[in-house]
Design a protein around this ligand. Sequence first.
Ligand code: PLP
Length: 386
Amino acid sequence: MSASSSAAPFLPFTRPTIDDETIAGVCEVLRSGWITSGPQVKAFEAKLSEYFGGRPVRAFNSGTCTMEIALRIAGIGPGDEVITTPLSWVSTSNVILEVGARPVFVDIDPVTRNIDLDRIEAAITPATRAIMPVDLSGLPVDRDRLYAIAGKHKLRVIEDAAQSFGSSWKGRRIGSFGDFVSFSFHANKNVTTIEGGCLVLNDEREVKLAEQYRLQGVMRSGFDGMEVEVVGGKFNLTDVAARVGLGQLPQVDVFTIQRRELARAYFEAFEKAGAKKLGLRLPVPDFAQSNWHMFQVILPEVRLKVKRAEIMAQLHAAGIGTGVHYPAIHLFALYRRLGWKDGDFPHAEQAGRNILTLPLFPTMTRDDVARVVDALVAVIQKNGKA
Ligand SMILES: *Cc1c(COP(=O)(O)O)cnc(C)c1O
């Protein structure tokens, strides 16, 4: 028998779970005569608000515009600085540039891979207006310390919680407390609307502004009243997308439990395989608070003859999909042009070169996990320096 006919099917690094009830619901919306923003978006926002303990929430068509809008609501623009992490999806710092402000990167803690809270205060200047931390892979940044720093220096916080829907901090859901909290519902996130996002806000004034920035600044009243006071964008979510989200919300807790179980299986399998001896660095084993959006390892760069791309290629040939989340932002050409360079944030750079996202999604099995670990260990051994 040839290798290809006996091989297990290709295992992607992630895969959305959309149930039949959701698919039927989407068909109903498509037949309803109203497919863009309407009653489904309103219903989705109401459910989200309930999920976040009654805080006001508005839905949008991405988890990027949500952060941009939070910055605009906070009045952050030219001349202002926003402290953030260099290890994130590039949208986190792109939105800071988008509003005309300057990102100020603070290196990561190599263990949590999140912004190093010990280094934030040294980066604060009179121009600092906000902190934008990221819960990478769903592992929450220490909210007690974060808000203590923000409070002491009177800074706004825009939590980029794109990856931490379903995570918690000391028993409280991420999003149910704090300042602005931004979530993404991109297809790869734990809860999806295909594309989309939501922003948790503080009060009615912020809600009103969020609605204006969401759609061309338009405010409606009565049957024909329309006024525009600010420059808004085109950031509204469709009812079709919102219906997907409504089908996802009741499953969040189950998704999180399934992901945690698989993460545990990874730790057990890596332990058995002697991953530490190979120099492989595993994530923080947080089974209480993280939603395990991803399972990311850091490859042992100094012990390997090849770079990450080659490891990924060999895993791909073995039927295993992997991802990179993410290269260090400050080393992209755009950011180098703005003055950042190699060596500025060594921990983020090391992680950016060597971090590898392994398959993890709710419908995966423990056998799949074992297969991934076996394959990765074999590939690392095969490519190790003599
Ligand atoms: C996904 C993601 C975003 C952006 O979300 P989109 O919905 O794709 O715009 C922002 N930050 C982080 C950390 C993300 O993972």
